[in-house]
Design a protein around this ligand. Sequence first.
Ligand code: NAD
Length: 484
Amino acid sequence: MSAENVIELDQPTKALGASLQNIKRAFSGNPAPTAAERIDRLNRLHNGLLDYKDRFIEALNEDFAGRSSAETLMAEIVPILEGIRYNKKHLRSWMKPSKRGKPPYLMGSSVKVHYQPLGVVGIVVPWNFPVFLGLSPLSGALAAGNLAMLKTSEFAPRTGEVMKEMIASNFADDEILVVTGGVDVATEFTKLPFDHLVFTGSTNVGRIVMRAAAENLTPVTLELGGKSPAIIHESYPMDEAAKRIAFGKGMNAGQVCISPDYVMAPSDKVDVFAEEFAKAISSSYPTLKDNPDYTAIISDNQRQRLVDNVKDAESKGAEVTVVDPAGEDFENTRKLPMHIVRNVSDNMRIMQEEIFGPILPIIAYDKVEEAVAYVNGRDRPLALYYFDNNPSRAEKVLSQTHSGGACINDVMSHVAVDDMPFGGVGPSGMGHYHGKEGFLTFSNQRGVVHKGKLNAGAMIGPPWANRIFESFIAFQFRRFKKIE
Ligand code: NAD
C-alpha cells in the first residue's frame, strides 16, 4: 500500500462524514431523479468505463503482479457494461408505482407501492474484482436513483486510484465519491450513516461491518464468501465436469468468491476426475510463470497463506498433485500453480477456511445423499454446483440444500445473468443485487394509500355502538370462519 493511497485524516470520521453530508445535501436537492437523469448517470458510468478500460487493465495487472487482461475484460469490464445496459432498459418500468389490492373499507381509494431512492449508498469493495464489485452495485444504486460513496480495497491500490480518477472525471464530488485507504479508513467509512451499505468481502469482516452499520440502523447488503462445493454424480462424464470446473477454478487463479472451493466425486472416480482436471488446466495454461493468461496471487501474504495451507494438508496426510505443465520455478513470483489435493480430512485448514486460490481438494463420497449431508453439515455456501444430466435428481439436490446461487452442470455462470438476483444466504451473505431485486434493494418500497373524495371509512367510527359497524363486523366474521 503506497502512502498516497491512504487518506491522512486527523479526524477521519469527521472528514468522511463531511463528504457524506455533502452528497446527502445534493440528494435532498433532487430526491426523485427522473428516469432520464438516472440514465444520464448510467451513461456517464458507461462512457467512463470505456475511456478508462485500458487504464483499469494496466492497474489490475500491476496490483496482481500479473492479471490476465482477458479476465479483466470478461469478468470486470464487459459484465458492468451489460449490467448498465440491463438497468437502463428496465428502470422506467421498475420505477412505475405498482397497483395493489385493497380492503373493502378503502373502496374508492388507490393503493400503490412507490419505489423511492433511499439516498446515499455506501459501497465497500474487495480486491479480487475491484472494478466489477465496485461498479456493479453502483450501477444498481444509480438505476434506483441514489447517489453513492465507494471505498476501494487497500490491496488493489492502483486500481483504486484509477477508479477515483474515472469517477471524478465523470461525476461531481457530491454525486459519487471514491475513497481510497486502508482498514482505518474502511472502519470509519462503515461507521457513516449511509442510507444503505453494500459490503463485499470476507464473512469475518462482514460481521464487523454489520455491527458498525447497526449503530446507525443502516440497512446492509452483505456479499460474503464461503466454501462453494461442486458435487459430481457418478453418471456424469468426468472429463466434461473437469473441463467446466477447471474453467471456473482457473479464473483469477481461484481468487473468486463463487469459485468451486472443493469437489465431491464418487469414490471410484476421484482419480479419473483429478487426471481430467489436471489435463484441462494444463491445456488452458500450458505454462504459468510468464503466461499472461494465468493470474498471479494478489499479495505475498496471500500466496504464503495458500502455500502454508497446502503444507498443513500434506502434514495431515493429504496427497497433493501440483499442475505445473512446463516444470517451472515459481520462486520470487506471485504465481502459484494449481494444486489438486486428495485424501483430505476436516482437520485440514483447506477444509475449514475458504480457499480463495488455486487449490482444489477432492472429497470422495459413495452416495449423493452423503455429499448432500456433508454440505448441509457446514455453513450455507455462496454457490452450489451439481453435475448430473438427470433433471429430477438435480432438482432433489437443489431442494435439499441451501446456497446463495447455484448452477447445474456448470460453475459461476449465474453471476453473469443480470436478470437474476445475486447474493448469499446465512454466513455467505444477506440481501441481493443484480436484476429487479437489486433495484428493490436500493429503493424504499413505500406503500401509499390515496383516498379519493369518497370516504367509505367515515361510515365506520365512534361512537362504535352503531348498526353499520355491527354489520361490518358481522360481515368480517362471516369471511373469517374457523377453518375445519
Ligand atoms: P476483506 O473482508 O478483507 O476486505 C473487504 C473490504 O473491507 C476492503 O475494502 C477492506 O478495506 C474493508 N475492510 C477491512 N477490514 C475492515 C473493517 N474492520 N471494517 C470495515 N471494513 C473493513 O475481503 P477481501 O480479502 O478484500 O476479499 C476476499 C473476500 O471477499 C472473500 O471471502 C470472498 O469470498 C469475498 N467476496 C465475496 C463476493 C460476493 O459477491 N459475495 C465477491 C468477492 C469477494
